[in-house]
Design a protein around this ligand. Structure first.
Ligand code: NAP
Length: 295
């Protein structure tokens, strides 16, 4: 048996095509959604992520506004850039590309964003709304990777309700908010959130109907840990250099042999990554629709 591949590129393309239509409809009403990005420094990974976000915007017909500051920018300069994005009417949502340079308090910077323009769904007010919103519809942006994971499962008709989900990694962008999202009424998963101090990770993973690996340790999750036919979503990304070709490639947290045991497998690359990017665009479009004008 070989696991069915959950194709994040194709699924994200379908989402982007729906978003393109919503953007056309907004523009017809005189509302122009736009994504702002704030990048501080020249971290190669961050440069490439930001470039990808601007390409995604162009693809769906949305404006994007790029603000780049040097790595030596002071906290005051970063604060001023955030304040300018908060009041820029072209920007209906924006992101602060993380990580910020050492010495800059990331949480303090995130708190300065207008929560209504928080495209990553990581502002404390929006994370707080997720904590408080056990049931009913949520009128606030969700963190993009958890939202992308749920969307990936929905669009492949993979049942979540009543299933046991084991999330590996308690990071702020994936693991922690994903547990909150999956246990909302209506999704109704039972979630076990594991981390580096979990005493028997293999035993936890073995009990899972759905495994989400968001760690950043290549091949941490072994094929023999999986329940046969489990759904496995690989989220972790590690850049490794192939010793033979000298070329860099991205690898996930899940041992490639898992494809012989899992029922569904979302790979790295080409799985949750493109879904995350699509959900970022969705957050910006949602924000423009909610506000209903270029504020
Ligand atoms: P993070 O904040 O560094 O969190 C990593 C988590 O992994 C921590 O909770 C850590 O546990 C846990 N961990 C480390 N070693 C472990 C082990 N041996 N066994 C079990 N847990 C272990 O990272 P993050 O921001 O959440 O991101 C996690 C990974 O996902 C990274 O590789 C990142 O690049 C990737 N990512 C991908 C996407 C995407 O769109 N595909 C989006 C976001 C992140 P402790 O808390 O105990 O240290």
């Amino acid at each position: 048996m070989v696991a069915v591949r959950l194709d994040g590129v194709a699924t994200a393309a379908a989402i982007k095509s729906e978003l393109t239509e919503r953007i056309v409809a907004l523009k017809a009403r005189g509302i122009f959604p736009g994504l702002g990005t704030l990048l501080v420094g020249e971290d190669p990974g961050s440069l490439s992520y930001v470039a990808g976000k601007h390409r995604d915007c162009a693809e769906v017909g949305m404006e994007s506004i790029r603000v780049d500051l040097p790595a030596k920018a002071s906290a005051g300069q970063i604060r001023a850039a955030i304040e300018a994005l908060n009041i820029d009417p072209r920007v209906t949502g924006f992101i602060i590309q993380l990580p910020l340079p050492a010495g800059i308090n990331e949480n303090a910077m995130l708190e300065l964003m207008d929560p209504a323009k928080d495209a990553d769904g990581l502002h404390p007010a929006n994370l707080g709304r997720l904590v408080l919103g056990v049931s009913g519809s949520l009128n606030s942006p969700l963190p993009c990777t958890p939202a992308g994971i749920v969307e990936m499962l929905h669009r492949h008709s993979i049942e979540i309700a009543g299933k046991h989900v084991v999330v590996v990694g308690r990071g702020l962008t994936v693991g922690r908010p994903l547990g909150l999202l999956l246990t909302r009424k209506g999704l109704d998963a039972t979630v076990t959130l594991t981390h580096s101090r979990t005493t028997d990770l293999a035993a936890e993973v073995r009990r899972a109907d759905i495994v989400v690996a968001a760690v950043g340790v290549p091949a941490l999750i072994k094929a023999e840990w999986l329940k046969p036919e489990a759904t496995v979503l690989d989220v972790g990304i590690t850049r490794v250099v192939d010793p033979v070709t000298g070329r860099a490639k991205l690898v996930g947290d899940v041992d490639p042999d898992a494809a012989a045991v899992a029922g569904f497998l979302s790979p790295v690359p080409g799985g949750v990554g493109p879904m995350t990017r699509a959900m970022l665009i969705a957050n910006v479009v949602d924000a423009a629709e909610r506000v209903g004008y270029n504020a």
